[in-house]
Structure formats: structure tokens, C-alpha cells
Design a binder for this molecule. Structure first.
Ligand code: GLU
Length: 449
């Protein structure tokens, strides 16, 4: 066993013992740790500095009560979180997720991934994440507003434009960011870029809404290019129908691919003519309707309810998991491979299980891991911070061009790191290593903190 492997295995044992019940967090850690073995072999000084054991322990976890009053006058209580994971290379940065599945394990896995993702963007942003087990589904606008105000009343004590800058994630979009921002401003009496994903009238950036989906497609474009391919005439499955899925679909259509399926938690739609984007946007962005309603507008489309065959059983050249963690397992990966899929780019965070990733690698499917492929969202968030600081908005074209350049750089850096460490084409290893090296150097320079 090499020195690097011995060190990484020893730290992982401790992480498992200390976080035994946090399955998602351990899954995210395991994937990163495996990639870092050759890095510790090459840089023994990081072993001496016990860098990994420090990095895997969040700098701070804040957990708080969120009381609010529903439309019936009943007092409700949810749990809020903010994990400030690493400030080695910049202020904590990462989204807020409102979903009933949220717990400390989920927020920690997301925060841990965010460290590497944010580093990969090349921008000065550390890693953080937050959220609540609050379920926005079926709530009125007034209820959402009261919840957001209560959530921010506590969160405001821990964040700031130079300290920690939250944004959206599942269940937190433009409406929620607006309510959160309004409450922050009211509490602090300051107009700063403390949140990103803001509306365009109060400091938001053009292209932020599109950024994660567009970015995942720009990343996939690089993966295809390396295989001598492009999007023209290709079919694609995009799971989810939120912000990421909608704008991945939009960009895929613009670049000549045809998205034949999208989903939500109730099931998926297959439309052999290609998903109609106007209908999808109307249903999801305006009406907040269930996806089955798509068939009312397009009777030839087929709805398959959740619990039936998965969306990954559809035959397509490309797959973009853009819904949520662990939505694509080993069986699904084998089915995609058998159906001739050539590339998978993750728009969601950790949508593929470790076993599924192993299948992609074995079958020669180009695989873009979330940290790299979905970094476009947070990258444009950092551009929003820059615009807020200089108090000048940039044009759509300007931000989109920067996003494109960032995604291309991320691909090239990840591919180069994979090659340097003897695993050409393994973008999981490449992204983890490239993201880690910058953080490690910064931590090493800053001493034992
Ligand atoms: N929630 C997004 C992510 O997973 C965006 C975070 C941000 O913009 O800060 O990267």
C-alpha cells in the first residue's frame, strides 16, 4: 500500500466513525478520497499537514429553528441549516435547498462537493450549502414568504457579501431569493450582494437563470468534441424539469440535439417529436404544475408515472441527470450503455451512484461529474458577485461568453489532471484532483487553521 493510500484510508475510517449515519456525505467523501490517493503520493507534505482530515471537517455548521404561521393560522416549525465548509479560497458560497428530504447529511454532502466545484470554476469562492426540510410544494405565496422571512431572520446573523453568499438550489428559485433578500435588507439596512440568483431589477445577473443548464451542455460539448462528435442529430434524455433541466433542454435544442424526455417526482414524459420548451416553461415556471399536464398540450406524448420503468430506459445518445442525488443507479447505467448512450453529463448534484459511475467508465461512456459539469450555475453566481461589487451590470452575451470559457477551462483542467495522474479520460478523478489542488495549496499557505 502506498503512503498516499494508507493516509487516505486512515482518514476515511475516522470520517466513517464520526459520521456513521450520514450516508450521502460518506458517498461524496468516498468518491473524492479515492481520486486523491495519487495526489498524496506525489505531495507527501500534505500528509504531514494532515490536510485531508482538516478539509473534511466543516469549519462551521449552523442548525436552527424556523417557526412560521401557515394560512390556517397554525404554527409550523422546520429545521434550517447552513454548513460553512471551507473558506480556504474565498467566502463560503453555495445554494439553499428547501425539500422535505433535507437533513445534515444532505447539506454536508452538497457543501463538501461545493468546495471542489467552486475551486474548479477558477473563481475566488469557498464552499458552503444550506437549506431546510421545508416542503414548498402546495404552499401559497404568502406561506413561502413567511417561511423565507423567518429563515432569513436567523440566517442573516451568519452571512454577508464578504463572508458567505447563499443562492438557490432545489426548491429555492427567483421567488424565494426575492423574499430572502427583502428580509435581509430590512434586517441589516444594507444593499449588498449577499445572495445570488437575484431578480434583474435588484442586482441579479443576466444568464444566471440559464447558467447551470447551459453550462452542463457546454461541458458535454467538450466531452463530445474529444470523441470527434457534436450535438447535431443526437437524442437526449434530461431528467428533472426545474431550472437546470429546462435550460439544458433549451441549449441542447439550440445546438441541434433533440430532447425526448423530461421528468418530475411524479413521473416522466416521452415526446418523440422533441420536448416543446414553451409548454414546459409555461407548466413549470408559470403554473408550477405537474409534468403529466404536458400530455394535455401534446396528446402524442406519453406519461409514465414514477414507480414504473425509469426515464433511463429510453433509447438516446446522451443523458443529462438534472433532478436530484442518486437518481441513476447501476441498473440504469447498464441500460443506458446497452441502448447506445455515449455521454452522460450531470446537471444535478451527485445524481449517479458510485456503482453507476463505474459502469460508465467500464463501458467507455464519456462521463462529466457534477462538480465539473454543473459548475456553470455557481460560476455565474460569482460573476453576479463581481457585478454587484463593481455596481455595473454586464450584458447577456458578455456573461454567456464568460460562462462558455469557464466551462471549457473546467473541462480542459479536469482532462489534463486525469492525464497527469495516469487516468486519461477519467473526469471524476480529473475534476476532484484539479479542484483539490488549489484548495490544498491555499490551506497549506495559511497554516494550521
Ligand atoms: N445550487 C447551485 C449549485 O449546486 C448553485 C450555487 C450558487 O449559485 O451559489 O452549485
Amino acid at each position: 500500500m502506498t503512503k498516499g493510500r494508507e493516509y487516505v484510508a486512515g482518514v476515511f475510517e475516522k470520517v466513517k466513525a464520526n459520521n456513521a449515519h450520514e450516508a450521502e456525505f460518506l458517498q461524496a467523501v468516498e468518491e473524492v478520497f479515492e481520486s486523491l490517493v495519487p495526489v498524496f503520493d506525489k505531495y507527501p507534505k500534505y500528509i504531514e499537514e494532515n490536510l485531508l482530515e482538516r478539509l473534511v471537517e466543516p469549519e462551521r455548521i449552523i442548525s436552527f429553528r424556523v417557526p412560521w404561521v401557515d394560512d390556517q393560522g397554525q404554527v409550523q416549525v422546520n429545521r434550517g441549516y447552513r454548513v460553512q465548509f471551507s473558506s480556504a479560497i474565498g467566502p463560503y458560497k453555495g445554494g439553499l435547498r428547501f425539500h422535505p428530504s433535507v437533513n445534515q447529511s444532505i447539506i454536508k454532502f452538497l457543501g463538501f462537493e461545493q468546495i471542489f466545484k467552486n475551486s474548479l470554476t477558477g473563481q475566488p469562492i469557498g464552499g458552503g450549502k444550506g437549506g431546510s426540510n421545508f416542503d414548498p410544494k402546495g404552499k401559497s405565496d404568502q406561506e413561502i414568504m413567511r417561511f423565507c422571512q423567518s429563515f432569513m431572520t436567523e440566517l442573516s446573523k451568519h452571512i454577508g457579501a464578504d463572508t458567505d453568499v447563499p443562492a438557490g438550489d432545489i426548491g429555492v428559485g427567483g421567488r424565494e431569493i426575492g423574499y430572502l433578500y427583502g428580509q435581509y435588507k430590512r434586517l441589516r439596512n444594507e444593499y449588498t450582494g449577499v445572495l445570488t440568483g437575484k431578480g434583474l431589477t435588484y442586482g441579479g445577473s443576466l444568464t444566471r437563470t440559464e447558467a447551470t443548464g447551459y453550462g452542463a451542455v457546454y461541458f458535454a460539448e467538450q466531452m463530445l468534441k474529444a470523441r470527434g462528435e457534436d450535438f447535431a442529430g443526437k437524442t437526449a434524455i434530461v431528467s428533472g424539469s426545474g431550472n437546470v433541466a429546462i435550460y439544458a433542454t433549451e441549449k441542447l435544442h439550440q445546438l441541434g440535439a433533440k430532447v425526448v424526455a423530461v421528468s418530475d417526482s411524479s413521473g416522466y414524459i416521452y415526446d418523440e417529436n422533441g420536448i416543446d420548451l414553451d409548454t414546459l416553461k409555461q407548466l413549470k415556471e408559470v403554473e408550477r404544475a405537474r409534468i403529466v399536464k404536458y400530455t394535455e398540450h401534446h396528446p402524442s406524448a406519453v406519461f409514465t408515472p414514477a414507480g414504473g420503468p425509469s426515464i433511463w430506459t429510453i433509447e438516446a445518445d446522451l443523458a443529462f441527470p438534472c433532478a436530484t442525488q442518486n437518481e441513476l443507479n447501476e441498473e440504469d447505467a447498464k441500460t443506458l450503455a446497452a441502448n447506445g448512450c455515449i455521454a452522460v453529463a450531470e446537471g444535478a448534484n451527485m445524481p449517479s451512484t458510485l456503482e453507476a459511475i463505474a459502469v460508465f467508465h467500464k463501458e467507455g461512456i464519456s462521463f462529466g461529474p457534477a462538480k465539473a459539469a454543473n459548475a456553470g450555475g455557481v460560476a455565474v453566481s460569482a460573476l453576479e458577485m463581481a457585478q454587484n461589487s463593481q455596481r455595473t451590470p454586464w450584458t447577456f452575451e458578455e456573461v454567456d461568453a464568460k460562462l462558455y470559457g469557464i466551462m471549457k477551462d473546467i473541462y480542459e483542467n479536469a482532462a489534463a489532471a486525469a492525464q497527469e495522474f495516469g487516468q486519461e479520460g477519467n473526469l471524476v478523478l480529473g475534476a476532484n484532483v484539479a479542484g483539490f489542488l488549489k484548495v490544498a495549496e491555499a490551506m497549506s499557505a495559511q497554516g494550521v487553521v
